[in-house]
Design a protein around this ligand. Structure first.
Ligand code: S3P
Length: 450
């Protein structure tokens, strides 16, 4: 039997520690779970159609399940096709005006995308909604959602002088707005677009730096009158029902990123990532790994419901440090923790700037990435809006903590692959938020022999 390179220790029912041992080879074909951002949008938007749709390869993590549970609480019929672990959903469309007031508080759990996208939609619905989340989500900024929705005429309030969840939303008639997005946030942009579908006049959004455009692509695919240019988006209120879209969700490039970096930094690796989304608003990680010298190739490019996808092959590489900032940041914002791991292994300095948004993610990712990679021996320093990493210092395994942040848990596992001795990642179960089979997929790649 192949030696186990990823172990599991249960310190209590909830606190799971995963141990990672350095391994001789890293090889195999990995099927990444469905894209989280596209899955949220596919289920929310198909619900607004009159006929509903079938969604294959729906993201299996807790975040998208939170969206499904909230929609069910609002009266939407969503069924899993086949077994309870199937990733095919059948969404029955409730149409433009079929949502019903929930009988209880909606729970977005750890998912800001659920809270913000549904916040926009619920602001337009003629009933009361209260939406909350876990401790991390209740600490994340919601004023950026409340302010534009209020400009559209919504009655919406939040805890801490309208800064945080829980949110109370008394939905009703909205008007369109001309609005400049103060941060390049796809969640806020999407919330305003969802509200704008039901407004009495047009909505125009200006963005200094573009963010992921899955909402725009899907709305256009569904027949909404939406026009997007590089720095602005115009949306007309719905005049015809949205057309349902049956789709197979592409693999999540944010989940693939752990394996892209692992393959590039491991000395004896070849990984093939199948059917991975390569929407250009999400491929910053590929661009930066290539700029660092990664041996990475993209094959078999195609389109699925307006979203590009491909197969990616990555092999052991000699990386060199680089500078990341400006327009690239929103294109890899969720991949920065694992990019920092690549920076630790690369020759020379890696500088990440313009990424202050990291401070308001599932954890303060500047503080948590710096503290946990330092424990492994990395030379890494925080900046107000990023970090600087002096690469090439050998990493040594020890106990590190995910801080209940899924992306940190998986990034630390990747660091563990190239560290001397064993790395123990505390609270590793949090990977379930976006990638429930991460530890099995990693183990699988480690046990494959050349
Ligand atoms: C997401 C947008 C990003 C990203 C998040 C998913 C989305 O957040 O970090 O994981 O699906 O719209 P922001 O919109 O806050 O930048």
């Amino acid at each position: 039997m192949a030696e186990q390179f990823v172990g599991l220790k249960l310190s209590s029912a909830k606190a799971e520690t995963r141990t990672i041992k350095p391994c001789p080879t890293l090889e195999g074909e990995i099927i990444i779970p469905g894209d989280k951002s596209i899955s949220h949008r596919a289920v929310i938007l198909n619900n607004l159609t009159r006929d509903g749709a079938r969604i294959d390869n729906f993201a299996p993590g807790r975040d998208c399940l939170a969206t499904v549970r909230c929609l069910k609480a609002l009266g939407v019929k969503i069924d899993r096709m086949g077994s309870s672990d199937s990733h095919t959903l059948l969404v029955s469309g409730t149409g433009e005006d079929g949502l019903k007031e929930a009988s209880n508080v909606l729970n977005a759990e750890n998912s800001a995308t659920t809270m913000r996208l549904l916040g926009g939609l619920l602001a337009s619905q003629p009933f009361l909604s209260v939406i909350t989340g876990d401790a991390s989500l209740r600490n994340r900024p919601m004023d950026r959602l409340i302010e534009p929705l209020r400009l559209m005429g919504a009655d919406i309030w939040g805890r801490g002088r309208d800064s945080f969840a829980p949110l109370v939303i008394k939905g009703g008639k909205l008007r369109g707005i001309d609005f400049t997005l103060p941060v390049p946030s796809a969640q806020i942009k999407s919330a305003i677009l969802l509200a704008g579908l039901f407004a009495s006049s047009n909505t125009v959004l200006y963005q200094k730096i573009p963010s992921r455009d899955h909402t725009e692509r899907m709305l256009k695919w569904m027949g909404a009158s939406l026009e997007s240019r590089e720095n602005s988006i115009s949306l007309l209120p719905l005049s015809n029902p949205l057309v349902p879209v049956n789709l197979r969700v592409p693999g999540d490039i944010s989940s693939a990123a752990y394996f892209l970096v692992a393959g590039a930094i491991h000395p004896n690796a070849r990984l093939v990532i199948k059917d991975c989304g390569i929407n250009p608003t999400r491929t910053g990680i590929i661009d930066i790994l290539l700029a660092m010298g990664a041996r990475l190739k993209i094959y078999n490019e195609r389109l699925e419901a307006g979203e590009p996808l491909a197969d990616i092959v990555v092999e052991s590489s000699e990386l060199t440090g680089t500078e990341v900032g400006g327009d690239t940041i929103p294109r890899l914002i969720d991949e920065i923790p694992v990019l920092a791991v690549a920076g630790c292994v690369a020759k020379g300095k890696t500088m990440i700037r313009d990424a202050g948004e990291l401070r308001v993610k599932e954890s303060d990712r500047i503080a948590t990435v710096v503290s946990e990679l330092s424990r492994l021996g990395a030379k890494i320093e925080p900046l107000p809006d990023g970090m600087v990493i002096y690469g090439g210092k050998p990493l040594t395994g020890t106990e590190v903590d995910s801080h209940f942040d899924h992306r940190l848990a998986m990034s630390l596992a990747v660091a563990g692959l190239v560290a001397k001795e064993e790395t123990a990642v505390k609270h590793a179960q949090v990977a379930q938020v976006s990638y429930p089979t991460f530890w099995q997929d990693l183990q699988q790649a480690l046990s494959n022999e050349f």
